[in-house]
Design a protein around this ligand. Structure first.
Ligand code: NZQ
Ligand code: ZN
Length: 386
């Protein structure tokens, strides 16, 4: 294993009725709360009413900030930062999916930033030492944002990931029943995003003897495959949603990055596709992942073969054949969820290559665990997925 430092300070409050049982105690120390949410889903599933009623019993000022978009926009977050400053907010309570939680992290780090523009620290990647506290109530299992310090913010054709210790929520409340109102599209996205989070940390060639890591990742992949059919077809089954929600959190709580160098090329290509074409985050991943693996087949073949043997329980007896079959089986899994995996399926043609290439033109390191996927390689990967 590689050496590592790992710290995850998020208090996880998980289970049925966790909001009504625990929110009051968790918010009690704060004096001014910004209630941050999205386009209104929380008003349809009762979460908003529960939260407002609990906050109403506390001795704290509450300011609402609705309207955080999927793939949260820089401009909206900047307005929320103003609301934080104007109301001396000491807790941002993010209620919704990964986009709302991500937005809260940028807002928390940027609200009292002393530099000219908070976008500067997103561009430079400079972690912030001071941020407003965040509490999360998650209603969409997918991103792991509830238990990590990362966020992804969009500005024009840029969609950039940013990590800072200030991004860790003080607490995250996960009640699987809040997912009952999720449409099929978001359940599917949640399954795929979580599955690919695990894969991008698992299918790395910088993984010296990391057996704990490998077996934990394989366990999560098996769980996600095992529950996928029930998630899509069993309706509001509590046990299914419990397992989806906890698997999604575990998939990106940072623990799977310990001792290895994760890949993340698929995510970093997918983010730009979303920024330019508006495709859902998880869809971009399902399109791009097979292309990255085919492009890196020679170096990744042993790991992909291990994945085939341990997760799909198949073995052709040949490492390269196994690796190719692992890619095929993975794509078949996405298809079984009803997801199309070619750019052309979404009306995107070869002009994507010229649009995307400038985003990867760098004199520094490229993508992937070896930093060797450069702009030309991104173009080759995109061409292979037309
Ligand atoms: O806006 P509202 O009305 O709340 O509706 C949302 C939104 O339209 C809806 N929704 C959420 N919970 C619901 C619900 N609808 C009905 N019932 C519920 N219980 O779902 C829609 C999508 O929500 P969003 O938050 O955008 O989805 P998701 O959680 O998949 O988040 C995607 C964002 O997270 C980023 C992505 O890039 C994307 O911007 N990611 C963040 C990561 C992180 N912080 O670690 C890692 C990921 O790889 C990812 O990049
Ligand atoms: Zn993701």
């Amino acid at each position: 294993m590689l050496n590592f430092r790992y710290r995850n300070p998020v208090e996880m409050v998980f289970g049925a009725d966790a909001i009504t049982k625990h929110l009051k105690d968790l918010v009690a120390p704060y004096k001014s709360v910004l209630l941050l949410y999205g386009g209104g889903s929380i008003k349809k599933n009762g979460v908003y009413d529960d939260v407002v009623s609990i906050l109403g019993k506390l001795d704290c000022k509450v300011t609402e900030f609705p309207g955080i978009e999927p793939n949260p926009h820089y401009e909206t977050c900047m307005k929320a930062m103003e609301a934080v400053r104007n109301n001396n907010v000491d807790l941002i309570l993010a209620v919704g999916g990964g986009s709302v939680v991500d937005a809260s992290k940028f807002i928390a780090a940027g609200a009292h930033y002393k530099g000219a523009d908070p976008w500067d620290f997103v561009l430079s990647g400079e972690p912030q030492s001071k941020g407003v506290h965040i509490g999360a109530i998650l209603t969409l299992p997918a991103t792991g944002s509830e238990m990590n310090a990362g966020c992804v913010i969009s500005r024009g054709e840029q969609k950039l990931a940013y990590f800072s210790p200030t991004g860790f929520p003080q607490f995250s409340i996960l009640d699987p029943k809040t997912t009952y109102t999720l449409p099929e599209r978001q359940l599917r996205n949640g399954l795929m995003d979580s599955y690919i989070h695990v894969l991008e940390q698992y299918a790395t060639t910088v993984n010296p003897a990391a057996k704990v890591h490998d077996r934990k990742a394989e366990g999560l992949l098996l769980v996600l495959r095992e529950i996928a059919d029930d998630v899509m077809n069993k309706g509001n089954d509590y046990d299914t949603r419990v397992n989806l929600m906890w698997a999604a959190t575990n998939a990106l709580d940072g623990s799977l990055m310990t001792g290895v160098a994760p890949d993340w090329a698929t995510h970093l290509i997918g983010h730009t596709i979303t920024a330019i074409y508006g495709l859902d985050h998880a869809i971009t991943l399902a399109i791009i992942l097979p292309g990255v693996w085919e492009h890196q087949l020679e170096s990744k073949k042993e790991k992909l073969s291990q994945y085939l043997i341990r997760v799909f329980q198949e073995d052709t007896g040949d490492t390269m054949e196994n690796a190719k079959l692992a890619i095929k089986r993975t794509e078949e899994f996405f298809h079984s969820l009803g997801v199309k995996t070619r750019l052309g399926d979404y009306g995107i043609d070869a002009s994507i290559c010229d649009k995307m290439a400038p985003h990867y033109a760098t004199t520094g390191t490229g993508l992937g665990e070896h930093g060797n996927i450069m702009a030309d390689d991104v173009v080759a990967i995109l061409k292979s997925r037309l």
